[in-house]
Design a protein around this ligand. Structure first.
Ligand code: PMP
Length: 464
């Protein structure tokens, strides 16, 4: 693979620093640190610009679910681009891949979630869902239903509205966000539950948080509750058992729309195309999807709405009543062609079945890292897992940001051939769903060794 590498790494790094603005980049260090430039990929591996092979423990960004180098997806995209690269989706104009893909998706959705609105990614899927809820309530003469309930440590996107609904404290610092009608409940994070509290009592408390907030605001004023089934970017937080189902019931009881944000949990990461019904036994009103929807080959997102909500609009609307929300690249034919080829692979290779089989092994192997001095918690499910490092394991103290624990581990892992994702003092693994037991063993053993070395370095530097 490295023999046909024809990249000038120094030239690229210079141009990168001078001209390319990266999302979530540390502006204080961007000029002095070497960027990681990834140039090629195959299966579960990527190659950096020097030709070094790295096991992709991140799955791109929780998204390259079917793995890299799938000619089938690339060919489907190329064929569609040649046939018809683009046409407007506005009004009642369609294209075959979008129509067929919408139909195929609804064969995997729970309950009556039968109406698909394609977007350009996850943020626009969630933004569309929130705007749809507002449209729906206004349409039905309930303009007071404006308040959105969400959770701390949620991540729902990077538009003004979806960033406002997100709740990672680290992301909110210098940003102006909407606060008037958005309410963050404490995260349902069992690791941080009060000392001595049982999981059952913790679950009761977190469900009560939601009910109390609805009652405090008044059910007539609450539009929706939005929740990732497992909170992904906030640190792979796995709510206590039964939480999803019980919060769904609370929403039903008070006529609050339930949005399940499956941008990460969907498309096999938890062993099913959609986790809401199959893993958590809930039928949401709206599901949002992206990432694994095309395995990251091309941008695409989707908001999928229940017939119960959508048909009340089409059955009652008078002429000229329009849901004025959409994008030039909504229902993009090339993206939808990629989505269908991706779904073909999922169905033919039973990728979800593989995740259900191998996922518990992954979680079990990662769980062995809990014996390390610095590791306070290992959590997650199937192909979304995370290790939380501590300054003091007993007291569960978060290490000071200046220690840069996550970044140090990321760098050690990289030296040894693994890409892991640092998030502050957490390290996340969310590999392509095709990884086998041997690759899982490699990832866990590299991560173990890296954490051991970083622990030693911190001690040598007198920090820990
Ligand atoms: N929702 C969730 C749960 C996500 O994890 C993300 C992205 N990490 C988004 C929405 C936003 O998706 P995108 O980055 O494709 O806009």
């Amino acid at each position: 693979m490295s023999s046909n590498f024809a990249f000038d790494a120094i030239d690229l790094a210079t141009k990168d620093r001078d001209h390319l603005i990266h999302p979530w980049v540390d502006l204080g260090t961007v000029k002095e640190r070497e960027p990681l430039i990834v140039a090629q990929a195959e299966g579960a591996y990527v190659y950096n610009v020097h030709g070094k092979k790295l096991l992709d423990g991140i799955g791109g960004m929780w998204c390259v679910n079917a793995g890299y180098g799938r000619d089938e997806i690339a060919d489907a995209m190329a064929a569609q681009a040649r046939r018809m690269a683009y046409f407007s989706p506005f009004g009642q104009i369609g294209n075959p891949p979008a129509i067929e893909f919408a139909h195929r998706l609804t064969q995997h959705t729970p309950g009556d979630l039968k109406h698909v609105f394609f977007t350009t990614g996850g943020s626009t899927a969630v933004d569309s869902a929130l705007r749809f809820v507002s449209f729906f309530n206004n349409f039905h003469g309930r303009p007071k239903k404006k308040h959105i309930i969400t959770r701390e440590y949620a991540y729902h996107g990077s538009t003004y509205l979806t960033a406002s609904v997100s709740g990672k404290p680290a992301d909110r610092g210098n940003m102006d966000l909407e606060t008037g009608f958005i309410h963050h409940l404490p995260a349902p994070n069992p690791y941080r539950r009060p000392e001595g509290m049982t999981m059952e009592a913790f679950c009761d408390a977190k469900v009560k948080d939601l009910e109390d907030k609805i009652l405090e605001l008044g059910p007539d004023n609450v539009a929706c509750f939005i929740a990732e089934p497992l909170l992904a970017s906030g640190g792979v937080i796995v709510p206590p058992e039964g939480y999803q189902k019980r919060t769904r019931e609370v929403c039903r009881q008070y006529d609050v729309i339930y949005i399940s944000d499956e941008v990460v949990t969907g498309f096999g990461r938890l062993g099913h195309i959609f986790a809401s019904k199959n893993v958590f036994d809930i039928e949401p009103d709206i599901i949002t999807s992206a990432k694994g929807l095309t395995s990251g080959y091309v941008p695409l997102g989707a908001m999928i709405v229940s017939d119960r909500l959508y048909s009340t609009l089409t059955d009652k609307a008078g002429r000229g009543q329009i849901f004025a929300n959409g994008y030039t690249y909504s229902a993009h034919p090339v993206s939808c062609a990629a989505g269908m080829a991706n779904l073909d692979i999922f169905e033919r290779e039973d990728i979800c079945g593989h995740v259900r089989k191998v996922g518990p092994y992954f979680r079990e192997q990662l769980g062995t890292l809990i014996d390390l001095d610095m590791v306070g918690d290992v959590r997650g499910s199937h192909f979304m897992v995370c290790v939380e490092c501590t300054a003091d394991k007993e007291k569960k103290t978060v290490p000071p940001a200046e220690w840069e624990v996550g970044r140090r581990i990321f760098e050690k892992c990289q030296e040894k051939g693994l890409l892991a994702r640092p998030m502050g003092h957490l390290v996340v693994l969310s590999p392509p769903l095709i990884v086998n037991r041997g690759q899982i063993d490699d990832a866990v053993s590299i991560l173990r060794q890296s954490i051991v070395e970083v622990t030693g370095d911190l001690a040598r530097e007198g920090l820990r």
